[in-house]
Ligand binder design. Structure first.
Ligand code: XMP
Length: 511
């Protein structure tokens, strides 16, 4: 595998995606355990040092153990990674007079270099940096440049560094350059396949779990469904799925999920009606992070209580979750160099004294990979292609304080919007769509009556990885029809707005 050390760049995940798309396994890590690599417990073929917002010459900035340069492994530094390689090997990095941001033209000086094998002599690339190299480390040479900076260097002995970002689509030959590193230089093989993932995981789950019992929080979303079926295939009746109705689900969601899984997958499901508990705890709370924490915490509480009621399952040792890779990375950032934007429900909010061990079989997968696993396991498209639904559910889609009445209004409106998308064949063309209820009332008129009711926002985005997203260009006609339908049918809403912000600078959810 390839290890990618994360120094906090927004693009780190893209590097991982590019490599996985080449059917090569890679992981993003906060640091490198040199000993593990040396003694062979971690079979690594190459290391990539990512970009990041820091400056290598400042104090307390993220770095790596210098010993990685003596491992004899190929290393590729990107942007900050390049500057770090330079800095740690005796070269000099300084603040540039002007920031270089955006497109630039790459000129390959040494086409013989394996990193640039079959790469065009000139191509466009994506730059984003404040600092630049003013002195090369000893033994390094420049192998590519732009008209204003050094674009690529190597020591001709396995260490390579790029000032630009080959992982973003704006770098014309970026994918080929990464492929050259992965295949020509690291000598990786294409062996990361979904079917082999399923086989390996099934075996690993059996081994880890042994005779113990596993409890899984089934939400009905893609991730927990795929996790449930995967674990069920491995250990069958040792798995109990618990479906908690938090009262913050979509309209009739609980009922539908329950019927479906019992019928098709013979899952052992326990249904817990905890609506009142969640809604009571949320009374008077309007701060988004506080709401997230309460919901996450309440979840675990409910679990701890319910598990005692389950005959023969008192001793469940494992708590299985459908955590996927982007969740892990966004939450890992609490300790790592990139900023935490939101604490995600799947990973955040777990109390320290948690009595379960976590079983997270999908932890290494991106969403599209999870879908492929689900498909292989025979889950239907209606579940696999479902838009993601956040763990805290409608709790973060009722902006501000959550009340049962507001949840009811939102459920009705959301149901109308989603059904309309499906009827018009638009559901599959957007990646996440939902309604958010705003804590704002406005004046309207219905018949001859004055109304004073809530505003709801329709949101629909297109995205590949949910890290960045653009608003969906839904047809005006369609939006108009949906707005009419909601206003005419949902008591409590008299105005609809369409959210036309992208991420960044907005996020997908409003809270
Ligand atoms: P944002 O709002 O951060 O959302 O742009 C990105 C994706 O993550 C989902 N999301 C969550 N999922 N727990 C989850 O399981 C959460 O706390 C949470 N917050 C946001 C969001 O729906 C979108 O798909």
């Amino acid at each position: 595998k390839i290890l990618i050390v994360d120094f906090g760049s927004q693009y780190t995940q893209l590097i991982a995606r590019r490599i996985r798309e080449m059917e090569v396994y890679c992981e993003i890590v906060p640091l490198i355990d040199v000993e593990k690599i040396k003694n062979g417990t971690e079979p690594v073929k190459g290391i990539i040092l990512s970009g990041g917002p820091a400056s290598v010459y400042e104090e307390n900035v993220p770095t790596v153990d210098k010993a990685i340069f003596d491992l004899g492994l190929p290393i590729l530094g990107i942007c900050y990674g390049m500057q770090l390689i330079t800095h740690l090997n005796g070269g000099k990095v300084e603040k540039a007079d002007s920031r270089e941001f955006g497109k630039a033209i790459l000129e390959v000086i040494n086409g013989e270099n394996p990193l640039f094998k079959e790469i065009k002599k000139t191509s466009s690339i994506w730059m984003s940096h404040n600092d630049h190299i003013t002195e090369l480390p000893e033994g390094f040479e420049i192998i590519a440049q732009t008209d204003s900076s050094i674009a690529a260097i190597t020591n001709n002995n396995g260490i390579y560094a790029l000032q630009f970002h080959p992982e973003v689509v704006h770098s014309e030959c970026g994918t080929e350059i990464i492929a050259n590193f992965v295949f020509n230089i690291c000598k990786c093989e294409r062996n990361w396949k979904i079917t082999s993932f399923i086989e390996e995981k099934t075996k690993a789950i059996k081994e880890i779990v042994g005779d113990e019992h596993v409890l899984l929080a089934l939400s009905g979303g893609v991730d927990s469904s795929v996790a449930a079926v995967l674990i069920n295939n491995a250990i069958g009746k040792q798995l109990t799925c618990m479906f908690v109705d938090t009262g913050l689900l979509r309209k009739d969601e609980g009922k539908k999920v329950l019927e479906y899984y019992k019928e098709h997958f013979n899952l052992n499901i326990v249904f817990v009606d905890a609506k009142d508990r969640f809604l009571n705890k949320l009374k008077g709370i309007d701060e988004p992070e506080a709401k997230r924490k309460i919901i996450g915490h309440e979840f675990i509480e409910v679990f701890n209580e319910e598990i005692r009621k389950l005959k023969g399952q008192e001793g469940a040792k494992f708590l299985a979750q459908g955590t996927i890779y982007p969740d892990v990375i966004e939450s890992q950032s609490i300790k790592g160099p990139s900023h935490t934007i939101k604490s995600h429900h799947n990973v955040g909010g777990l109390p320290e004294d948690l009595k379960f061990e976590l079983l997270e079989p999908l932890k290494e997968l991106f969403k599209d990979e999870v879908r492929k696993v689900g498909h292989e396991l025979g889950l239907p498209d209606t579940i696999i292609n479902r838009h993601p639904f956040p763990g805290p559910g409608l709790g973060i889609r009722v902006i501000g304080e959550v009340t049962p009445e507001k949840v009811r209004i939102l459920q009705e409106a959301d149901d109308i919007f989603i059904n309309a998308l499906m009827e018009e064949g638009l559901y599959g063309k957007v990646d996440q769509a939902f309604v958010t209820l705003l804590p704002v009332k406005t004046v309207g008129v219905m018949g001859d009556q004055r109304t004073y009711e809530y505003v709801a926002a329709i949101r629909s985005v297109n995205t590949i990885d949910f890290m960045t997203a653009t608003w969906s260009k839904l047809p005006y006609e369609f939006l108009g029809d949906v707005a009419n339908k909601i206003i005419n049918n949902v008591n409590g809403i008299n105005r609809i707005v369409y959210d036309i912000s992208s991420k960044p600078a907005a996020t997908i959810e409003w809270e």
